[in-house]
Design a protein around this ligand. Sequence first.
Ligand SMILES: [Zn+2]
Length: 121
Amino acid sequence: MEEAIRLIGMKNSDLKKLRDRDSWCWHCGTEQGLVPHHRANRGAGGSKVLDTLQNVILVCAEFNQAMESDANVANWARDLGLKLSRYASPSAAVFDNYLKKWFYLDEKGNRFETEPPTYLI
Ligand SMILES: [Zn+2]
C-alpha cells in the first residue's frame, strides 16, 4: 500500500487519516494489499482536486482492478457509491460491503453511519 498510496496527491496528514479510517477494504474487508480508489475518477487531467478524504477510499487491489475491467462490477460499485460520476457530490453515501452498512464520509477523514440513499429504498 505504501507504494501505491504515494501516487495520490494527498498531504501526509490526510494519508494518515485515510489509513486510520479505512483499515479494511470497503468491498471484502481484507486488511492486506489496500490501494487508494477514487470514487469520482480523476480523468485524463489527473486533477488533484479529487484527492480528498471524501473521494478517496481504500480497497484491495483485486477489487480496484475489477471495477476498472468488469462493467458489471463497475455498475454494482456505482449503485453503492463506491464509484461516482464525475459530477456527483463526494458527500454521497457509500456502502461498506464488509459491514453491510452505509456511511457518509466527511472532509476530515471521519465516517458516519447513515441511512441508505432514498433511490435504493
Ligand atoms: Zn477487497
